[in-house]
Ligand binder design. Structure first.
Ligand code: ZN
Length: 173
């Protein structure tokens, strides 16, 4: 199964199963996931949203994006917002320890057609990134190198080493 094949059917419901398989095929599992990986996924999806929203021939929900990342005992959740709603599931990674093993990753159950595309395409690109990623990340403000185990803070889909760096960034915007 190639990236191209999945991207071609990204607007169809069957792409969810293919994307799940792709994740496994890349050797990834729930245990591999951390804060920085989720920010990166948010980044990949929001980039695809921007590209599609710029194309007026697409009838996507206006202002569609992943607005935040939430973690709870059930797993990781990417929460989306759009022009007429604030909280909908984007992608959820379900923790196998607290859920039925048969549920692994959920893809925007509410979305159909065009609105699914940024999530599936962003997810596939992120899987490739995950499989090749270096063992560190850089603060978007001070560029300090952090190991993937070190927690940071998120602002606008980017990772920062501290709240101070977020404040510095905001004052520059
Ligand atoms: Zn920093």
């Amino acid at each position: 199964m190639e990236t191209k094949q999945i991207i071609e059917v990204a607007h169809e419901n069957k792409s969810s199963g293919m994307a799940r398989e792709y994740f496994t095929k890349k050797g990834l599992s729930f245990e591999d996931l951390g804060d920085t990986d989720m920010w990166k996924l948010q980044d990949f999806i929001n980039h695809e949203c921007k590209v599609l929203l710029a194309d007026k021939s697409y009838s996507m929900i206006k202002d569609l994006k992943v607005s935040r990342v939430k973690q709870d005992k059930y797993g990781w959740h990417l929460i989306t917002s759009g022009s007429y709603f604030k909280l909908r599931e984007g992608i959820s990674f379900w923790n196998p320890k607290t859920n039925d093993d048969s549920i692994t990753i959920g893809f925007c159950g509410w979305a159909s057609g065009c609105n699914r595309i940024p999530f599936i395409v962003g997810f596939i690109k992120w899987c490739d990134w995950m499989a090749n990623k270096e063992d560190s990340w850089y603060c978007k403000q001070c560029e300090k190198e952090m190991s993937t185990d070190e927690k940071g803070v998120c602002f606008d889909g980017e990772g920062y080493c501290s709240n101070k760096c977020i404040e510095d960034r905001k004052s520059e915007l």
